[in-house]
Design a protein around this ligand. Structure first.
Ligand SMILES: [Zn+2]
Length: 150
């Protein structure tokens, strides 16, 4: 998979973030590279603290694929996944997570984020997934800064 493809998917994730009025957007693509889910953070409208963009995208993909296993799928998210979203991704057996801004970027912007590096939790799993950060990093940090009015 080329970096260009990751960037193209990240632009869709950024679009999902903007559509949700938050800094958080996520896209899931299947083995063929087709976008299966494109979701933003809906914690406020859904009155549900678990409705992070990644959780929403995972739920949509599970529903569409009618499978509890998302092996071979790739999750692209504007911000490094929090512990909840990473754990859910590990349980779903998703193969790869690509993210833009890091946890430290959210903290620097004044946002709330559980300050646990995703790789640390990932390596605690019996089956770690592939984590790749920094895709369209500047655009994603800009999104985060805009959201937190920095
Ligand atoms: Zn999360």
């Amino acid at each position: 998979m080329s970096e260009n493809k990751f960037e193209a998917w990240m632009r869709l994730a950024i679009e999902a973030a903007n559509e949700s009025g938050t800094a958080y957007g996520a896209v899931i693509v299947n083995q063929e590279g087709n976008v299966v889910a494109k979701r933003g953070n809906t914690v406020k409208p859904d009155h549900d603290a678990t409705c992070h963009a990644e959780m929403n995208a995972l739920r949509t993909t599970h529903k569409i694929s009618k499978s509890a296993s998302l092996e071979g799928y790739t999750l692209i998210t504007t911000v490094e996944p929090c512990s909840m979203c990473l754990a859910a991704s590990l349980w779903s057996q998703i193969g790869t997570i690509v993210f833009g801004a890091g946890v430290e970027d959210v903290l620097n912007a004044g946002g709330d984020q559980i300050a646990l590096p995703s790789e640390k939790l990932n390596q605690s799993s019996p089956k770690p997934l592939k984590l790749e950060g920094g895709v369209l990093h500047n655009e994603c940090v800009e999104l985060v800064n805009q959201h937190y009015n920095k």
